[in-house]
Design a protein around this ligand. Structure first.
Ligand SMILES: Cc1cc2nc3c(=O)[nH]c(=O)nc-3n(C[C@H](O)[C@H](O)[C@H](O)COP(=O)(O)OP(=O)(O)OC[C@H]3O[C@@H](n4cnc5c(N)ncnc54)[C@H](O)[C@@H]3O)c2cc1C
Length: 317
């Protein structure tokens, strides 16, 4: 894995760096490569384009680490507006919404008027989004964030699944706890998005060696492919993509019983190749104005992304 990953992820938490990056006009043109726009209309436009290319979509209203209720409530409203916009465009059926619980209040501290704390607040918000999505014909998947939030996120998942059993969850192969979590998530209909993990995790909870992360990813894929759930293999790594195809065919899974997932703007030609090969391909479409955290994780993942960004600064600045 890219050597600058940890320093970039660590720097991304620095307020001065954040201000400098977000205020530079050039940043915007680079951001556009990964994010189709700020409004639900921009998101719907991207959905129309991807669906006409034979791809499925999962939409993320950007935002995370919300520390006030107003912002958390606004995020819930943004998702409700998105469901309406997708419905009006005739694109809601089969769409999926990706929700980060930290964007809908998970990190709010317990207080006298919020005695149950942030997780209960996040559950209430996620429930509103989920009820609206399923009523309209869409689905919901919970994104997974840093390791300190996972127990709470799984609690919310199991609550939501009481009413909507196929709400999905992302699981990070890099975490040491993952095998145990997956054992509880491979039941019939369980939708699990397997990712390598995008956060800066310490060695006592996660594999930090890329080779070990890859091995853990393959073990988890095998487990999911032979389980009773619906595996969603979210990786741009050509080796993981190829191994997923082989494991699916060994397990007798046809393309309607599992899927590939990739991020908007990353390896688009590979996304088209997989569709042409008859695979199910779902693209994660982030939109909104709070793009900084998402953007820096993409820079941290790959030297070419960082070089592209630095080159834009150098040539246009
Ligand atoms: C749909 C989706 C949803 C996600 N949701 C979450 C989540 O909820 N929580 C979370 O922690 N993480 C999430 N992630 C991010 C994930 O954890 C990884 O950080 C990210 O996907 C990078 O890992 P990778 O498996 O794609 O490949 P990497 O290990 O980053 O790259 C491996 C190889 O893939 C190829 N590659 C990668 N990027 C490119 C590129 N731009 N162009 C060409 N080749 C490339 C290169 O050969 C590279 O060497 C998500 C990822 C996807 C695709």
């Amino acid at each position: 894995m890219f050597l600058l990953r940890k320093p970039i992820l660590a720097l991304s938490g620095n307020g001065a760096v954040r201000d400098a990056v977000t205020r530079t006009p050039i940043t915007r043109s680079v951001v556009d490569r990964f994010i189709p726009g700020e409004t639900s209309a921009d998101a719907v436009r991207a959905v129309v384009q991807l669906r006409s290319a034979g791809m499925q979509v999962t939409l993320d209203h950007l935002g995370e680490d919300t520390t006030d209720r107003t912002t958390a409530d606004a995020t819930v409203e943004a998702y409700l507006e998105l469901v309406q916009a997708l419905t009006a465009a005739g694109r809601v059926a089969g769409a999926e919404l990706s929700v980060k619980l930290s964007a809908v209040g998970q990190a709010l501290l317990a207080s006298p008027d919020l005695p149950a704390g942030g997780n209960a607040y996040a559950l209430a918000g996620a429930r509103k989004i989920t009820d609206a999505a399923y009523a309209a014909g869409a689905r919901v998947n919970l994104d997974i964030e840093d390791h300190t939030t996972i127990d709470q996120t799984l609690e919310v998942l199991f609550e939501l699944r009481r009413t909507h059993p196929d709400v999905g969850i992302a699981i990070q192969a890099m975490l040491l706890r993952t095998a145990k979590d997956l054992a509880e998530l491979t039941g019939p209909g369980s939708r699990v998005r397997l990712v390598k993990g995008a956060y800066n995790e310490p060695a006592d909870v996660a594999y930090t060696d890329p080779a070990q992360i890859d091995l853990a990813y393959v073990r988890a894929m095998k487990f999911l492919m032979h389980g009773k759930g619906y595996p969603m293999i979210a990786s741009h790594d050509p080796r993981m993509v190829a191994i997923a195809d082989r494991l699916a065919s060994d397990a007798g899974r046809t393309p309607d019983r599992w899927e590939h997932q990739m991020l908007y703007g990353i390896r688009p030609e590979e996304q088209r190749r997989l569709v042409a090969a008859g695979k199910t391909m779902r693209v994660y479409v982030p939109y909104g104005s709070d793009w900084y955290g998402y953007f820096t994780r993409r820079l941290a993942e790959r030297p070419a992304n960082l070089l592209f960004f630095l080159r834009s600064l150098a040539t246009k600045g």
